[in-house]
Design a protein around this ligand. Structure first.
Ligand code: IPE
Ligand code: IPE
Ligand code: MG
Length: 266
């Protein structure tokens, strides 16, 4: 045992593991400030077990709490979860209403623990089509948690990236019509202030589970320079260990934003 750990290979392995563990130290500035997640694969997870798709959504919900807690523990201040897209209304009515009830019940449940965990909940998306009951709860939760700052958890419910950009464009056109803004001097920064994510940093890392490699209308503006990470793991199997693997992969990337980095190879 002693001999093995002193061998060059053993030593290298230990050093490597140590540096990786260190890099996941809570508050490490190399960690992303904002992680966005496309939680995909609930239906396939259920099908593999001969269960109804709804069981996959229930199993997936458990992971939301685990991942949010892990982000809080690591000191990652923003987490955005894609829960329901503007395109998901195409699904069977029964699945859509199951999901809406699940959102309502889980938000109701979680409100009691949000204060102690200092989580601020925000919502990205449009009200059209959501029930007044869910919309009222959303408003309440937003107001109740507005002062928290440890972790901002954005829930994207009835969210579409194109819809968000269109919404911003309409607002700006109205402001221009009222002569409150001048289109000639509009900047990217000012435009971004009209998005649902106003005031928040762009995601550094976008994770999509279940093997699909597409954006599916998520955060189209905000992901211009986001690092993408795709994993075959289905969402209900994606726990803190999988999140940490994604973070380690992220920290090995060289982000150049169109420039060049000296001494970092390609
Ligand atoms: C993601 O899982 C959850 C939502 C879109 C609400 P899916 O329901 O898309 O699962 P698959 O892709 O069918 O496996
Ligand atoms: C994206 O997943 C939306 C959410 C995870 C909420 P979908 O399962 O709806 O995406 P597509 O249809 O495979 O692109
Ligand atoms: Mg899917």
């Amino acid at each position: 045992m002693a001999l093995y750990s002193l061998s060059p290979k053993g030593l290298w392995h230990r050093l490597k593991t140590a540096s990786q563990a260190q890099s996941l130290e809570p508050g490490n500035p190399a960690l992303p400030k904002h992680v966005a997640l496309i939680m995909d694969g609930n239906g396939r997870w259920a099908r593999k077990r001969n269960l109804p798709r709804t069981s996959g959504h229930e199993a997936g919900l458990q992971k939301v709490r685990e991942i949010a807690e892990e982000c809080g523990r690591l000191g990652i201040p923003y987490l955005t979860l894609y829960a329901f897209s503007t395109e998901n209304w195409k699904r069977p009515k029964a699945e859509v209403s199951f999901l809406m009830n699940l959102f309502y019940d889980s938000l109701k449940d979680v409100t009691t623990t949000l204060d102690e965990q200092e989580v601020r909940i925000d919502f990205l998306g449009i009200p059209d089509g959501l029930s007044p009951k869910l919309l009222n709860l959303i408003k309440e939760v937003q107001a109740q948690t507005a002062a928290h700052s440890r972790l901002t958890l954005n829930l994207a419910i009835n969210y579409g990236g194109r819809n968000e950009i269109l919404h911003a464009a309409k607002e700006l056109m109205r402001a221009a019509a009222r002569q409150e803004m001048d289109p000639e001097v509009l900047t990217e920064k000012q435009f971004a202030a009209y998005l649902f994510t106003a005031g928040q940093p762009d995601p550094d890392l976008l994770i999509r589970t279940s093997g699909e490699q597409r954006i599916s209308n998520f955060l189209l503006w905000q992901t211009a320079y986001t690092e993408l990470y795709f994993t075959d793991t289905l969402w209900p199997d994606f726990g803190p260990a999988e999140l940490r693997a994604a973070l380690v992969a992220y920290m090995k990337r060289s982000r150049r934003f169109g420039g060049i980095k000296k001494g970092r190879g390609k």
